[in-house]
Ligand binder design. Structure first.
Ligand code: ZN
Length: 203
């Protein structure tokens, strides 16, 4: 398989500019995973590779759960590759909830899946809802790790900002390490440009 970086670049999903991230931080780069996943064949290949890593590790999974909206495509394809069912959690009035008749049975082994895990905030919130319903969170998965958390098989160690529990394995196909800045320290702001939200200028 090509490198994850080349797959993102080929899909015009590795954007360069001056971005305002949902965390409030600024970055010169942005990964638009939806662009990678708009080709179902690419989504299938990536999910299959991730599923193979998870199987080789020996993890038993009963279902995959993703936080909406970003994690849904990756999670659905991963569930297909693992041959298990898929549910999603969504934010209602700011609170991550499991709705739509989805449920988690007691002691079901749940793999949480995102498109990209930065510090893991959303996926962790969704995992708490799974646990509240009686499920067991046995792993985290994403297409890519933004370099803040430690994934299985990478030399990178977790940074203090990583929110994922360190006793649950995290699987991803690769690491993307680029800097993010607090607005007051952002070199792009210092150069006089203005950060904008990804998607607001047609990307
Ligand atoms: Zn900036």
């Amino acid at each position: 398989m090509q490198s994850l970086e080349s797959i993102y670049k080929q899909a015009d999903a590795y954007l360069e500019g001056h971005f305002l991230l949902s965390s409030g931080k600024h970055s010169q780069f942005y990964l638009q995973s939806a662009k990678v996943l708009e080709d179902p064949k690419t989504a299938q290949v990536l999910a299959q590779k991730l599923a193979n890593m998870i199987k080789e590790y020996g993890l038993n999974v009963d279902l995959v759960c993703s936080p909406a909206l970003g994690g849904v495509l990756a999670g659905y394809e991963l569930a297909r590759a693992l041959g298990v069912r898929f549910i999603f959690a969504e934010r209602v009035n700011g609170v991550m909830s499991i709705r739509r008749g989805f449920s988690v049975k007691k002691d079901e082994k749940v793999l949480m899946c995102e498109d990209i895990i930065t510090t893991g905030g959303s996926v962790l919130e969704a995992s708490k809802e799974v646990i509240a319903q009686g499920g067991k969170v046995v792993g985290f998965a994403a297409l890519a790790n933004r370099g803040f958390c430690q994934r299985v098989g990478s030399h990178l160690s977790a940074k203090p900002t990583c929110k994922l529990p360190n006793d649950v394995p995290f699987f991803a196909l690769g690491d993307f390490e680029f800097e993010i800045y607090d607005p007051q320290d952002c070199p792009l702001c210092k150069d006089g440009s203005i950060a904008y939200k990804p998607g607001s200028r047609g990307n």
